[in-house]
Write a protein that binds this ligand. Structure first.
Ligand code: PLP
Length: 371
């Protein structure tokens, strides 16, 4: 059987932590109760869900509640629902950063059908939004501002606390996609809603959550049995919840070790890819994400030549669709520069040797392009 490639695509998804797998097994194999049943088996499962809820919530701002959902995409869709109540009060504008993940961007655009004006606010050439310009856009008609903390494609960190202050000055709500930040980069305490996903923190796929500040009115997105306080009907999976909870616990317990490891790998990666230029801000970034470009490189060819490394051209979503990355375009890069960019994303289970070998394979394949 062919050897598995070196996995350097930790923004697309992360491997399951062994401790997470162990935490999930009992809820898959032995404890099969429905957490919404009143009998003992059900109550046991419900207790596991609540333990997990507390574990996941402990890394989020205080004074809010957590609703489990099937993914961060679903959680984001749920959060946008808060705009409806504000529309009734005369607010019909939604502002999202131009570099948002499709989960936010396309959800925002769908709100045009609900009568909202949707503004995709530009970012600077370093990927960071100008607070002055954003402050000029947010007004008394604004219902919701959505801005991500860590960008999935280029890793830059937005000034979310200040963005939230601007939104609040005008009475708007702030929804923050913290999918790539949760457990790694501190989440500002003032956001109103935050969306997260387990499979980006060494947890299972198929579960995300929306954290919502106390007092925010959310309409249900789907109708049904009334689970999750009627906001997100459907039977919860105790195994997925337990896995999510354990993944959060590990993020907290291993935070400093993980951060030092990522820093060491980032140093290594920057030296191994020294012929490449970094896309986005050099300093205001999460170090586990290195989005780099080398003029003249044909990345489509590179990806088909390099079988021994799992990495990405721009974002996993953009490369899957064949569309050029909207984030790299928002930085002002030319189409040719976008097509010469790759994303190398490392995480807890990579080694310095992974970076060394992968960079040799990638740089070696680039040499064959004779640029
Ligand atoms: N937001 C960001 C920044 C992401 O990176 C992703 C996943 O790629 C999502 C949202 C969507 O997460 P999920 O796969 O849980 O729907």
């Amino acid at each position: 059987m062919a050897k598995d490639p070196i996995y350097l695509d930790n923004q697309a998804t992360t491997p399951l932590a062994p401790e997470v797998f162990d935490a999930m097994v009992p809820w898959l194999r032995d404890n099969f109760g429905n957490p919404h049943s009143a009998h003992l088996l059900g109550r046991k499962a419900a207790a596991a869900v609540e333990v997990a809820r507390d574990q996941v919530t402990s890394l989020l701002p205080s004074n809010g509640k957590l609703f489990f959902a099937g993914s961060a995409t679903e959680a984001i869709n749920l959060g946008f629902g808060a705009a409806h109540a504000l529309k009734a009060a005369g607010r019909d504008k939604i502002i999202v950063l131009d570099s948002e993940h499709a989960a936010v961007r396309d959800t925002a655009l769908s709100y045009k059908e609900h009568g909202f004006m949707v503004e995709r606010h530009p970012i600077g050439p370093d990927g960071i939004v100008s607070l002055e310009e954003l402050g000029g856009s947010i007004d008394e008609k604004t219902a919701l501002v959505a801005a991500m903390l860590v960008n999935n494609e280029i890793g830059v960190i937005q000034p979310v606390e200040a963005i939230t202050n601007l939104a609040h000055e005008h009475g708007a709500l702030m929804l923050c996609d913290v999918v790539q930040a949760y457990g790694r980069v501190p989440i500002p305490d003032n956001v109103d809603m935050a969306a997260i996903s387990a499979h980006k923190i060494y947890g299972p796929k198929g579960i995300g959550a929306l954290w919502v500040r106390e007092g925010i009115d959310l309409p249900p997105m789907i109708q049904g049995g009334g689970q999750e306080q009627g906001i997100r009907s459907g039977t919860l999976s105790p195994a997925l919840c337990a896995g999510f909870g354990q993944a959060a616990v590990l993020c907290a317990e291993q935070h400093d070790v993980d951060a030092a490891h990522i820093q060491a790998m980032a140093n290594k990666a920057r030296s191994c890819f020294s012929d490449w230029e970094i896309n986005g801000a050099m300093d205001q970034r999460y170090l586990g994400n290195l989005n780099i470009r080398r003029d003249g490189v044909d990345v489509a060819r590179l990806m088909s030549d390099v079988r021994g490394v799992a990495f990405s051209a721009g974002s996993a979503c953009a490369s899957g669709s064949g569309r050029p990355s909207h984030v790299l375009a928002a930085l002002g890069l030319e189409p040719a520069q976008i097509k010469s960019s790759i994303r190398v994303g490392f995480g807890r289970y990579n080694s310095l040797e992974d970076i060394e070998i992968a960079s040799k394979i990638i740089n070696g394949a680039v040499e064959t392009q004779h640029i």
